[in-house]
Design a protein around this ligand. Structure first.
Ligand code: ZN
Length: 95
């Protein structure tokens, strides 16, 4: 990433996926400017979405045909879990 302040190339200082998206943080060594970029859906979130879609279609084969149905059953692990709980839950499920 290029620094918006001085045009130097910035170093990546952090990367987190707590929100379900990959956020990369950058620091410019020249002027100290920090910035971040959204690098798309995190892998763990994509896998979880895939699993939820799979479970939804398994329980409700007609869901794709009628997506506006008002009272579809929600997957059990959907909110109210916090992003952190969902992240640690993901790693627990992998063990
Ligand atoms: Zn800079």
């Amino acid at each position: 990433m290029i620094c918006a302040q001085c045009g130097a190339s910035m170093d990546q200082t952090d990367k987190n996926t707590f929100t379900g998206r990959v956020i990369r943080e950058y620091l410019c060594r020249g002027c100290g400017y920090t910035d971040w970029e959204d690098d798309g859906v995190a892998l763990w979130q994509a896998l979880e979405d895939l699993q939820e879609k799979h479970e939804a279609t398994a329980h409700e084969p007609a869901a794709n045909a009628a997506p506006s149905q008002p009272d579809l059953p929600q997957p059990a692990q959907f909110p109210p879990a916090s992003p952190w709980q969902r992240l640690t839950g993901f790693f627990r499920r992998k063990e």
